[in-house]
Design a protein around this ligand. Structure first.
Ligand SMILES: C[S@@+](CC[C@H](N)C(=O)[O-])C[C@H]1O[C@@H](n2cnc3c(N)ncnc32)[C@H](O)[C@@H]1O
Length: 497
């Protein structure tokens, strides 16, 4: 186990966790690891068991010529290594894939694939299983009373021991495999963009925080190796945190996800603070006064009342949830529309309206800003270069607002920040050029503004250069580097003007 940079400790609350044994600088590598297992997530649609692209689940879909389970023609040709172990089981025991009707959204038959791969990997590498995987937390006691246990018993335990004739795997072992996957999996996206889950036994030791201090990249070049780095400077002796949930959700959603899927209550600083580190990320505006915002009276209790921080008006969690659900539905309906000028105009209207109902930093407003940032300069039919000054300034402001939040919740050298920094450089540079060539700013200010754009895209490159070059972020790294160099040339030219 690669533990040079950190030490594994244990506590009653966390189980095993990691602390640094030396000062780490942002970007330093903490850990490199190959997964013990990789496979489809639960409740997936029909996907190729080699590369995970979506496949037709009806009888017309491509299948493995040996076992008849879903496999795309490329993976069939390449004899996809990922599919080999289960293929042998399906062939030997004549386990047939049942084709699905056209309208089926998920394929429960595929739920058994990753647990089966985990069990077969145990047989193939019993030493690593014993040392690294068998000790992983799987919350057997809590899971026994949970819906997951019953669903896994029907869809996986009975399926593997019945039709797949794998009675050599005891029920408790199969449930252990399911629990390990549920509690410890990290998600990666394949080149086609579909999610898969991976078990990295050492990475999974590290505790969760809703403000992580680590970031990791999974490379898709065959063995799915992972590199985990410090996202911020981490002093020797500090705890190491990944995140098991989506940091851009409010506390209630994050707590829900962690309680239901990972079986614990997060007590991180952000979760304990109803203001979420001063951001008011989950706060609606008060119904009774013009200046206050509702804050939960106990952010770890989903049923707690919310109280206005100014006039002390109180509102029940039920009423507040109804209000937020309604807003979320309106936003989701808009978001699901095809990108168009009308959608952009409706989005801008919704932004104005929601600013009257929610704190400006509310997580729904953050998602709405991200949607608008993506569309501004891409749907008007004129491109970013054709945007008027007022819209360029608007786009810059939206990006800065999102970055302010990311600085709190995903600080340092993270993909999310890098992507936003990349977004910011373009309107900054275009606006600078527009202002300069219409003689509205002097050369000194032009240089200053281009320097800011170059700094943004340069920082984005410094983070994105670690990404897999076949993924969208990796491609962004290449563009960032070129743009950074171009901007430096532009700045040098100004000196000579
Ligand atoms: C991925 S495992 C982490 C390693 C685990 N502690 C072990 O010993 O195998 C996730 C589990 O660790 C515990 N855990 C991780 N972070 C936690 C946190 N911030 N607060 C409480 N429990 C945490 C929970 O039991 C959670 O289900």
């Amino acid at each position: 186990m690669a533990e040079k940079n950190f030490q594994v400790l244990q506590s009653d609350e966390l189980g095993r966790y990691g602390v640094t044994v030396k000062d780490l600088k942002a970007g330093d590598v903490l850990l490199k690891e190959t997964p013990f297992v990789v496979g489809p997530k639960q409740d997936t649609p029909v996907v190729c068991l080699g590369c995970n692209i979506f496949l037709d689940g009806t009888s017309s879909g491509p299948r493995c010529s040996r076992c008849g389970w879903p496999l795309c023609p490329d993976c069939e040709m390449a004899q996809a290594p990922l599919h080999k172990a289960e293929c042998r089981v399906f062939v030997k025991n004549a386990v047939k894939f049942q084709n699905l009707p056209k309208e089926a959204m998920v394929c429960l038959q595929l739920d058994c694939i990753t647990p089966l791969r985990l069990l077969l990997a145990k047989e193939a590498d019993p030493g690593r299983w014993e040392r690294e995987v068998s000790v992983m937390e799987h919350h057997e006691t809590i899971r026994r009373d949970s819906p997951s246990w019953r669903v896994d018993d029907t869809n996986i335990v009975k399926y593997l021991r019945g039709p797949c004739k794998l009675s050599r795997f005891p029920e408790t072992l199969i449930q252990q495999a399911c629990g390990i996957l549920e509690v410890n999996s990290f998600e990666a996206h394949t080149i086609c963009g579909n999610p898969i889950r991976c078990i990295f036994p050492t990475l999974a030791i590290l505790a969760h925080s809703c403000v992580p201090n680590l970031t990791h990249t999974i490379y898709l070049d065959g063995d799915f190796r992972m590199i985990c780095r410090a996202a911020v400077d981490i002093p020797k002796g500090d705890m190491l945190y990944t995140t098991y949930t989506y940091t851009q959700n409010g506390t209630k959603e994050r707590q829900n996800h962690l309680r239901r899927g990972k079986y614990f209550i997060c007590h991180c600083q952000r979760c304990l603070d109803p203001t979420e580190l001063g951001t008011f990320f989950s706060s609606p505006r008060c119904n009774s006064c013009s200046s206050g915002f509702y804050l939960s009276q106990d952010s770890l209790d989903p049923a707690a009342n919310w109280e206005c921080n100014s006039c002390k008006d109180s509102i029940s969690s039920t009423l507040l949830d109804e209000k937020i659900d309604k807003i979320q539905q309106d936003f989701t309906a808009l978001k699901s529309q095809e990108s168009s000028r009308t959608k952009l105009i409706e989005g801008e209207k919704l932004l104005k309206h929601l600013l009257t109902l929610l704190h400006p930093n509310h997580y729904i407003l953050m998602s709405l800003r991200e949607m608008l940032i993506e569309m501004l300069g891409h749907v008007e039919g004129c491109g970013l270069n054709g945007l008027p000054e007022v819209l360029l300034n608007h786009k810059i402001q939206l990006i800065r607002e999102v970055l302010n939040i990311l600085d709190k919740f995903e600080p340092g050298m993270t993909r999310a920040r890098a992507t936003m920094l990349f977004e910011l450089h373009a309107p900054l540079a275009i606006l600078a050029k527009k202002l300069f060539y219409s003689s509205k700013i002097p050369p000194s200010e032009f240089r200053q503004r281009l320097l800011e754009a170059a700094t943004c895209v340069g920082e984005a490159y410094g983070i994105l250069k670690w990404e897999d070059s076949r993924m969208s972020e990796g491609l962004l790294a290449t563009v960032s580097k070129k743009t950074f160099e171009q901007l430096l040339n532009d700045i040098a030219d100004i000196k000579e003007m």
